[in-house]
Design a protein around this ligand. Structure first.
Ligand SMILES: NC(=O)c1ccc[n+]([C@@H]2O[C@H](COP(=O)([O-])OP(=O)(O)OC[C@H]3O[C@@H](n4cnc5c(N)ncnc54)[C@H](O)[C@@H]3O)[C@@H](O)[C@H]2O)c1
Length: 395
């Protein structure tokens, strides 16, 4: 099959297996180039391991610290005439590379919110790893079926209290326009908290703790975002922001339990705004990211998910370092994004942006390159006109 990108709005409905594999190799090479992370994790459970920050965490743990990893994700395999999702190909490429390096890597594809997938993960850890010393919780999902009530909750990306109007960009067509998003009602807020809040993370940690699968001193980390005032109505102060407040509540509860039971720790890392499948679906945010990339690249401080996760592990979690917490007890690897000089320039560019000057004032080209790369396109050394086997079995 010859596979080309097919972009539909904010998703690409195709993915290239050898391109995804090359993308994984780039990330592995980056982690290796930074040298070993001392006293790093050895046995790691990554929930949401196939793309974005979870994938970056898994690669960093494996190739920075030689960790055994169990990855949980929800990806679609290939079908007749249709390639698999990128996370499917990413995971196969990661697993092959880990095995070639003599590292343990196993995978469970299914709904992490369900009891069944938790049970499978627990059985796997009991059998193969004994215990885990790091749990990374990095799910980004539009829906969750609650394992107790059976109710299906759908998360929304909406403001709260009043409609929100701001500039946005159609990243595919390069058109800047105004968008107005209606506020969520109470049910929408509650549903988003049910999907993206902390209850499921707590369920995972409770199940692992009850089964005595958490090693002494175990760490648990989940990821959040805050960002600048431009995006607060749709992010920090919107439905997703409420879910993140709940995730922070869960971090504190999990932290207290871990401290009391295994002498461990749990916290939130606030990460930088980056092109991922999750963030490209948020209105306004892709325009902000395009401006941010322009500013941060000009200052030589741009990072992608792998650089962010390598920095988190190497400078905050391990290597003899202790996490440096903000006043709310969070680790901040969004520190460079939030620098005053960076945000001052973003604020200067933001009001000037139009369809006509988008290419000059923002890094929309860089946004598109990163976006396509997530699906395995635009990688050097790949012949995209050549036939490629799309049907790869999960390892
Ligand atoms: N992208 C950003 O700019 C940004 C910034 C800061 C924090 N974050 C946070 O980082 C976390 C990860 O987001 P991302 O951007 O890396 O997202 P992503 O879409 O790249 O990754 C999501 C992962 O979750 C998995 N997943 C989704 N639903 C699942 C389910 N039901 N069962 C099992 N696996 C499932 C996917 O397979 C994938 O591995 C989120 O909490 C997000 O809010 C993102």
């Amino acid at each position: 099959m010859i596979i080309k990108p097919k972009v539909r709005g904010f998703v690409c409905v195709t993915a290239h297996p050898t391109g995804c594999s090359a993308h994984i190799q780039q990330q592995i090479d980056y982690v290796k180039s930074k040298g070993p992370i001392q006293s790093g994790p050895k046995k790691v459970l990554v929930i949401g391991s196939s793309t974005g920050f979870g994938l970056g965490s898994r690669i960093t743990a494996a190739f920075g610290s030689g960790a055994a990893t169990l990855g949980i994700f929800f990806e679609r395999p290939s079908e007749e005439g249709r390639p698999a999702t990128p996370g499917w190909y990413n995971t196969i490429a990661f697993t092959k590379a880990a095995h070639a390096a003599g590292l343990y890597a196993k995978n469970i594809n299914g709904d992490a919110f369900s009891d069944d997938i938790k049970k499978q993960a627990l059985e796997n850890i009991t059998k193969d790893l004994g215990q885990v010393d790091l749990v990374v919780y990095s799910l980004a999902s539009p829906r969750r079926q609650h394992p107790r009530t059976g109710a299906v909750h759908k998360s929304t990306l909406q403001p709260i209290g009043a409609p929100y109007t701001n500039k946005t960009v159609d990243t595919d067509k390069g058109i800047v326009s105004e968008v107005t998003i209606q506020p969520a009602d109470e049910a929408g807020i509650a549903d988003t908290i049910a999907v993206m809040g902390g209850e499921d993370w707590e369920m995972w940690m409770q199940a692992l703790g009850d089964a005595k699968l958490l090693a002494p001193g175990a760490t648990a980390v989940a990821y959040s975002y805050i960002g600048p005032v431009h995006t607060w109505p749709i992010y920090k102060d919107g439905t997703i922001g409420r879910a993140k407040i709940d995730l922070e509540r869960a971090a504190k509860a999990i932290d207290a339990k871990l401290k009391a039971t295994v002498g461990g720790r749990a916290f939130i890392s606030v990460n930088k705004a980056l092109v991922t499948q999750a963030s490209s679906a948020i209105p306004v945010v892709p325009l902000y990211i395009s401006i941010l990339y322009k500013v941060m690249k000009a200052k030589g401080i741009h990072e992608a998910t792998i650089e962010q996760m390598q920095r988190l592990f190497a400078t905050q979690l391990y290597n003899g370092n202790q996490p440096k917490f903000d006043s709310e007890g969070r680790v901040r690897v969004d520190d460079w994004e939030m620098r005053d000089d960076v945000q001052a320039e973003v604020s200067k560019i933001w009001p000037q942006c139009t369809t006509e000057n988008l290419a000059a004032l923002t890094d929309i080209a860089g946004y598109r390159t990163e976006f396509l790369k997530m699906f395995g396109f635009g990688l050097p050394g790949i012949d995209y006109d050549a036939e490629v086997e799309p049907h790869l079995p999960m390892l």
